[in-house]
Structures are given as structure tokens and as C-alpha cells.
Write a protein that binds this ligand. Structure first.
Ligand SMILES: Nc1ncnc2c1ncn2[C@@H]1O[C@H](COP(=O)(O)OP(=O)(O)OP(=O)(O)O)[C@@H](O)[C@H]1O
Ligand SMILES: [Mg+2]
Ligand SMILES: [Zn+2]
Length: 544
């Protein structure tokens, strides 16, 4: 058999139904030439021409090297005489559909072994390059010259390099290549060698990575600047709902209307009220908070409006109330729902007139203030029950802001935990860095009825108990350690189905039976949730 008799059909093996195609006994792929062209385009546009050239040259090199390797095994046993013929290379190259490489193929030029020249036609690579980029300035058959170099080096057992003098990709009528052992090139290919070497790409990439890092750092600093404007330091809002609350608060800060912040105990109502003040035009003036539930009813009026000397027993001198102290600033009335009805009437008058009267004084004083009130009661219900004045409700509730409970924004749990941990350890100077995975799991699973404040207390307690550099499950309160836990030993491993059932039922419990919300949180479809619940029900009745 001669090389010219070689037929693709002798070298290819394939199952007609597809799945696997082999060439000389090794798996190959049929890849569309255009797809290769697109890959080339992406490489060039993302990494630049020289890195792309380096990658593609080395891809071709590996391909050529492997072909020579396979050839050795494949033909060595059946047609060893063919192995001596170096025109096998262009034939294989051609049979693979990469280029027509047999024309004017000359070997051993001027008696130099491995010194080869050839003319190429139909280079797929030149074709794709022109398609993606148009006619270029330089030869573009990078994988093909890589292929010849790899193939030649493997066959000759020494470093062979192929370069392209003419190329269809740069407007020539055909591509012409020359391949020689490294020594025979002298310095003529020094500028091309880097494309064959791994170092050049890793060097370039290192350089690029450093540049990217620098750019990222700058971006991060910019983002921090932006964030500190939008999300101030000291307020954690990783969840979208909390960010929405902050956005609303920022809008509320632009006007002077009264605001009522509602939400469960410990959710961060005061945090939001302070935030509104801090980003409002009143920021340079005082923010005065008063908890209406904590002040005895008899003292409330004096606390709010002040008194004059002798107004009541013990009033031994004139005293300003918080409306006067806060002049120009913001008054935060916490637990407004606890305010007695008679005080509610006085507060309403103050809000309407923007004037106060100190206890024991008849002359009104003008004051400039903004009121933010908060409550964890449902003010509507309080109005209906006759415990809260409807007119005051309307007056106060110009803008209503509801801070959602922590269990509805689990994305905030860990950032809050870390925030509390950092502020506690910073002031205490202790070296606790973070949380064990078990602790994290339970922090996330717990329903946080006491919200951010409870989380803060849990972290404070854990820091006090913690003896290592991370907070572990054992440092959390016993009540929190219940629920789904990781097995302690082999005997403790439960069937996954059982764990899932418990978890789903617990999730439903936490959402107070809201299946839609539970499904959303569990990231499963509502239908799947119903199906699972039905299964539990059926299983339950079957077990009974
Ligand atoms: N988003 C948050 N980022 C950082 N800390 C927060 C956040 N929310 C709450 N906290 C912290 O949690 C604790 C409770 O918050 P805050 O006092 O504002 O809650 P509250 O809703 O007013 O509580 P209560 O109903 O008991 O009056 C505070 O120490 C507060 O600093
Ligand atoms: Mg509060
Ligand atoms: Zn070419």
C-alpha cells in the first residue's frame, strides 16, 4: 500500500447511529468549521490577538503531535513501511479536512532532513479568519502551522517549527509554509517561538490578571462609595425587601411628613427612623427618641412638652421637653400605640399647630420638628378598639413604612450575624472570626421571633461562651439547636425523605401555613409542595 492509496474510510470507524467516531482508533469529533471560527473570534476579542494566536498554535501543535503518535501505533503494526514516508503528514492533514496540503510538497530541501516546504489550499482557518475579520495583515493559519510543528516534532524526535510565509488570510492566492528543525532556522523564527510556548500565555495572563484585579479593586471602591450613599454603613440590607424599605425611607426623608414605622418587636424600626433622619435635611439637628411605653403616664406630658418651675410637686426649675430639645430635628416616638388617649389629643394639637405649651404655662411656643412614630401593634385594630384616635392616626400615618420580620428575609440573617459579631468582637478585642457550618445552618433555620434584636443577643451570648476561633453550634442557645440537625454519628443519620418531610412542615409552620410563600422560600413549585403534602397525608392515614 502507498500513501496515495490511503482513504479516509480506512482510518475512520463509526457507528452509523453516531455517538462515537474514531480516527486511527481514537475518539474524534466532527466540529463545524464555523463554530471553530466563532471560537477564534471570541478568543481574539476577549484575550487579544497574540494570546489567541498562542492558544490556537498550541491547540494545533497538540493535535498534530497526537496524530503522529496515533499513526505510530496504528500503522506500526499493519504497514510499518508507510511510517518512513514523511508525506504522511500532509496526507493526514488533508484527510482531516483541515487544508489541502499535498500540492508542491517538498521534503529534505537541499539535503536537509525534516526541511519541508508546501503550498496549501483550502485552509479552513484562513477561510474562517476572513469570514470573521476580513483580510488581515499577517498569516493566520495558526492551528495548521501548529499542527505541522507538533506532528513533525513527534515524528522527527526533535524540535520542528513550521511557519507560514504566504497566507490566503492576508490576501495571497495560496498559503505557503516552511518547516525546519529549530537549529536550522537560526534566529529567523525567534519572534514566532513565543506562540508555541506555554510561558508566554501564562505570562500574559498573569499580567492581565493583575490588571483585572486592579480594575476590580477600583470598581469595588467605587461601588463602596456608591453603596455607602445608598446603603449606609451600620445598616444591613442584603435582601431585596429590606433594600426596598430603605429606598422608601430615603424617599420619605426628602419630605417633612410624619412617618409611622411598623413591624414586629426588634425588627429594626428605630434603625429605619434614624436612617430617615440622617439622610434628611434635618440631619445636622438632634434626633430624640422617646419610648412612650417606658415613661409613666403622669410624666409623659412633661417629657414631651417640658414644664415650668412649680408646675407640679418636684418641678423645681424650668425644663424643656423633647419637642423643644429636638428643635429643627426629628422626634422619634417609639411604641406610640401605648400613648394614653388624653396625651394623644395633646399630641394631635401639637402636630396641627406646630406649637407646644410647657406644663404650667399658657403661652404656646413655636417649635420646628418632624415626627416619626413606631409601633409593633396594628394601629388599625387599635383605632377600631377605641384605643387610638382616628384623627391622630391620619395625622401621623402620612407615610407608612413596614419593616418585615427577619424570617421573611433570610438573606439578611448571616450578614446581620456577621455584622453583630464584628461589632462585638471589635469592642471586646477578641479573635472570633466567624461561624461553623453547623452554626450557620441553625442560624438560617431558626425562625427569629425576636428578629434582629434576638439575633444580636444570640451572637453576644455566643461570643461570651465561645472558646475557639469560630462560633459553633454549642455556643447557640439550646432552643435554637432543635430542628433539622446534622447527624452526630452513624446511628443518628435519618432517612432523607424524613428530613425533607420535617423541613417542609417546619417551613409551613414558619410561614404560618402560607403555602405559596413556603414554596417560594423552598424554591420548589407550588404543585410540588401540594403533592408532597398530599403524600404525607396519605402516608399518615395509611400508618394510622
Ligand atoms: N438592618 C439592620 N442592620 C444593622 N443592625 C440592625 C438592623 N436592624 C436591627 N438592627 C439592630 O438590632 C437591634 C434592634 O433594632 P431596633 O431597636 O431598631 O428594633 P425595633 O424594631 O425598634 O425594636 P423594638 O420593637 O423592640 O422597639 C438594634 O441593636 C439595631 O441596631
Ligand atoms: Mg424600638
Ligand atoms: Zn494560511
Amino acid at each position: 500500500m502507498e500513501i496515495g492509496d490511503l482513504d479516509l474510510r480506512n482510518l475512520l470507524f463509526f457507528n452509523p447511529k453516531g455517538g462515537v467516531i474514531q480516527f486511527m482508533g481514537h475518539r474524534v469529533l466532527l466540529i463545524d468549521a464555523l463554530a471553530m471560527g466563532l471560537l477564534r473570534k471570541e478568543l481574539i476579542s476577549t484575550l487579544g490577538s497574540s494570546v489567541a494566536r498562542n492558544i490556537l498554535t498550541r491547540l494545533g501543535y497538540a493535535h498534530g503531535w497526537l496524530m503522529a503518535d496515533y499513526l505510530h501505533d496504528y500503522m506500526g503494526s499493519t504497514n510499518p513501511e508507510l511510517l518512513e514516508d514523511f508525506s504522511f503528514g500532509p496526507t493526514l492533514h488533508t484527510l482531516q479536512g483541515l487544508v489541502s496540503a499535498n500540492r508542491n510538497f517538498r521534503m529534505n530541501i537541499d539535503g536537509h532532513p525534516h526541511h519541508i516546504t508546501a503550498m496549501w489550499e483550502n485552509s479552513f482557518e484562513a477561510e474562517q479568519h476572513i469570514l470573521q475579520f476580513g483580510i488581515g495583515e499577517e498569516p493566520v493559519c495558526w492551528t495548521l502551522t501548529g499542527w505541522v510543528s507538533g506532528y513533525g516534532s513527534r515524528r522527527a524526535g526533535r524540535e520542528i517549527y513550521c511557519i507560514e510565509h504566504k497566507c490566503v488570510g492576508k490576501g495571497d492566492a495560496f498559503c505557503s509554509i516552511e518547516s525546519r528543525p529549530k537549529e536550522d532556522w537560526g534566529g529567523a523564527i525567534d519572534d514566532q517561538l513565543s506562540f508555541f510556548q506555554e510561558e508566554s500565555i501564562s505570562g500574559l495572563l498573569k499580567d492581565m490578571t493583575a490588571k483585572i484585579r486592579k480594575a476590580e479593586k477600583r470598581l469595588w471602591q467605587l461601588q463602596k462609595l456608591l453603596d455607602s450613599e445608598v446603603y449606609p454603613p451600620g445598616i444591613i440590607a442584603s435582601s431585596t425587601i429590606m433594600r426596598n424599605v430603605l429606598n422608601l425611607a430615603r424617599r420619605a426623608a426628602k419630605v417633612d411628613s410624619s412617618v409611622v414605622v411598623t413591624g414586629e418587636s426588634g425588627v429594626g424600626k428605630e434603625v429605619i427612623a434614624r436612617y430617615i433622619h440622617n439622610v434628611s435635611a434635618r440631619a445636622s439637628r438632634p434626633f430624640i427618641a422617646m419610648n412612650c411605653a417606658a415613661v409613666a403616664e403622669t410624666l409623659l406630658e412633661s417629657e414631651l412638652f417640658g414644664h415650668i418651675k412649680g408646675a407640679f410637686t418636684g418641678a423645681d426649675r424650668d425644663r424643656m421637653g423633647i419637642f423643644e430639645t429636638a428643635n429643627g430635628g426629628t422626634i422619634f416616638l417609639d411604641e406610640i400605640g401605648e400613648m394614653p388617649l388624653n396625651m394623644q389629643a395633646k399630641l394631635l394639637r401639637t402636630l396641627q399647630e406646630k406649637k407646644i405649651r410647657r406644663v404650667g404655662e399658657s403661652k404656646p411656643r413655636s417649635v420646628d420638628f418632624r415626627v416619626i412614630a413606631s409601633t409593633n401593634r396594628n394601629l388599625n385594630e387599635e383605632v377600631e378598639a377605641g384605643r387610638f384616635r382616628l384623627d391622630l392616626y391620619y395625622r401621623l400615618c402620612i407615610i407608612g413604612l413596614e419593616v418585615p420580620p427577619l424570617r421573611e428575609r433570610p438573606e439578611d440573617i448571616l450578614p446581620l450575624a456577621k455584622f453583630f459579631l464584628d461589632s462585638i468582637t471589635e469592642s471586646a478585642g477578641c479573635p472570633i472570626k466567624g461561624f461553623s457550618s453547623g452554626a450557620v445552618e441553625h442560624l438560617l433555620l431558626y425562625s427569629w421571633p425576636g428578629n434582629a434584636r434576638e439575633l444580636q443577643n444570640v451572637i453576644e451570648r455566643a461570643v461570651a461562651l465561645c472558646s475557639e476561633s469560630t462560633i459553633t453550634l454549642e455556643d447557640l442557645p439550646p432552643a435554637m439547636r432543635k430542628g433539622v440537625s446534622t447527624p452526630k454519628g452513624c446511628d443518628d443519620i435519618n432517612p432523607l425523605e424524613e428530613v425533607e418531610r420535617k423541613y417542609i412542615l417546619a417551613a409551613l409552620d414558619r410561614t404560618k401555613g402560607d403555602k405559596k410563600l413556603a414554596a417560594k422560600k423552598l424554591k420548589i413549585g407550588l404543585r410540588s409542595l401540594y403533592r408532597k403534602l398530599k403524600e404525607y397525608e396519605d402516608r399518615g392515614s395509611a400508618n394510622r
